[in-house]
Design a protein around this ligand. Structure first.
Ligand code: GDP
Ligand code: IMO
Ligand code: MG
Length: 429
């Protein structure tokens, strides 16, 4: 028996929410450890659809959810999301949700700065979700952030607001955006305090107890490896580390407690926002993948860019992220395509690469080297056992395994919770 970390192996939206919800039936606790409400996870259970951003996807199973210190928490967004899922009949309260007292808060000035900066970047914008994620992480690292525990200390908040506003108002003014007033922000935080503090605690203690009691912990990653601030397509990335190692520091638990690392990858590739995407398709096949896969952002509603599966990139994610096994999702979207392509490397200025180099210009110039495979005429959609899969689909999965150098241990064949095939239980190690 071991714990499991679920991380995205591409540019996010791989279907982590569906997989975490499915695996949560076998877990005792589900923990978010990085990111914030830039994440959007869609769960389909019967005729109900749940859209979660900050809440761990285990809440839908009634499991204890924990928001770790590595997450940036927008209190307004959190309360709105809790109200939304409660209206759908879920029970989310201080008994079922715990938030790290040392998690960083997102304040209204963070999305304001995020948007003002993106506007100033013009053509070279990152395409952020505009939710203040980057500026909040910057304040954390700069040691001026207001944290959940500060809500219990009005004087601390007042002092920190002086420093924060000196910094942010200077920037906002320079960017021609509206500035913020201290008293209004302080009043807002004081009003939020009694609503947020009942959820706050040193979650590391609860996790330590759970670990010693042999409870199963599921760590739920947000975004994906190519959006990792160190390992991704920098600067077109998010502002946190998305690798599984972050689960330890972002929750407050030993690295050895992470266990099985399940990387989630779509059977093709998508990306929202700007930045390099070597296997992107600008043709009818790209459109088809987008329509069939319903590729629209959960958070911003933006149309996702679509392309072929990039095995070179996922292989890199497997190595860097320490991925033990892969969950391959959305294979059903490829049903009926006559021919499939898999990216196996890159051509940059006539030179061949088996990985994506780190340089920004090199990444922008990378064109994919493809391997072509025959598609299948049968359907994988809704399959719940390996025996239901067309032989050619199995061939595709086997080729993916060889190229990415990791076994496919779980297969998802539709958005519906139970349309899932488990080959190897990650909790068994
Ligand atoms: P996440 O951010 O990784 O949790 O992924 P999102 O929820 O943002 O995006 C994945 C989308 O694909 C959602 O709309 C899911 O309902 C859907 N989805 C997940 N798995 C499958 C699958 O196997 N097949 C199909 N067709 N859709 C899926
Ligand atoms: P989930 O958890 C896909 C992208 C944004 C943008 C970049 C930086 O649903 O997979 P940010 O607001 O984080 O500063 O934006 O990262 N991005 C995501 N793309 N899925 C996500 O989360 C994402 N979270 C951020 O589109 O390109
Ligand atoms: Mg998403």
């Amino acid at each position: 028996m071991t714990n499991v970390a679920v991380i995205g192996a591409q540019w996010g939206d791989e279907g982590k929410g569906k997989v975490v919800d499915w695996l949560a039936s076998r877990a005792d606790i589900v923990v978010r450890f990085q990111g914030g409400h830039n994440a959007g996870h869609t769960l389909v259970v019967g005729n109900q659809t749940y859209k979660l951003s900050l809440l761990p996807s285990g809440v839908v199973r009634g499991k204890l959810g924990i928001i770790g210190n590595g997450v940036v928490v927008d209190p307004d967004a959190l309360l709105a999301e809790i109200a939304r899922v409660r209206a759908q009949g879920m029970d989310v309260g201080p008994e079922t949700l715990r938030i790290a007292e040392n998690a960083t808060l997102i304040l209204p000035l963070h999305p304001a700065l995020d948007k003002a900066r993106e506007a100033a970047r013009g053509e070279s914008k990152i395409g952020t979700t505009g939710r203040g994620i980057g500026p909040a992480y910057e304040d954390k690292v700069a040691r001026r952030a207001i944290r959940v525990c500060d809500l219990a200390e009005p004087e601390t908040m007042s002092d920190k607001l002086d420093e924060l506003l000196l910094h942010h108002n200077t920037l906002l003014r320079g960017l021609g955006a509206e500035t913020f007033e201290k008293q209004a922000l302080l009043d807002k935080l004081l009003a939020l305090a009694p609503q947020i503090l009942p959820f706050a605690e040193p979650v590391w203690e609860r996790l330590d107890e759970a670990r010693r009691a042999g409870k199963r912990i599921l760590f739920e990653g947000a975004q994906g490896l190519m959006l990792d601030v160190d390992h991704g397509t920098y600067p077109y990335v998010t502002s946190s580390n998305t690798v599984a190692a972050t689960a330890a520091s972002g929750a407050g638990i030993a690295p050895s407690a992470i266990g099985f690392v399940l990387g989630i990858a779509k059977a093709y590739t998508t990306r929202v926002g700007s930045g390099p995407f070597p296997t992107e398709l600008h043709d009818a096949t790209g459109e088809l993948l987008g329509t069939r896969g319903f590729e629209f952002g959960t958070v911003t509603g933006r149309k996702r860019r679509c392309g072929w599966f990039d095995a070179a990139m996922v292989r890199q994610a497997v190595k860097v992220g320490g991925i033990t096994g892969l969950a391959l999702t959305k294979i059903d979207v490829l049903d009926g395509l006559e021919e499939l392509k898999i990216g196996v490397g890159y051509n940059i200025d006539g030179k061949m690469y088996t990985h994506l180099p780190a340089g920004q210009r090199a990444q922008a110039k990378a064109t994919p080297v493809y391997e072509t495979m025959e598609g299948w005429s049968g359907i994988t959609r809704g399959a719940r056992s390996w025996g239901d899969l067309p032989a050619q689909a199995i061939k595709y999965i086997r080729r993916v395994e060889e190229l990415v150098e990791a076994p496919v241990t779980l297969l998802s064949t539709s958005p519906e919770r139970d349309d899932t095939i488990l080959m190897r239980d990650p909790f068994e190690g």
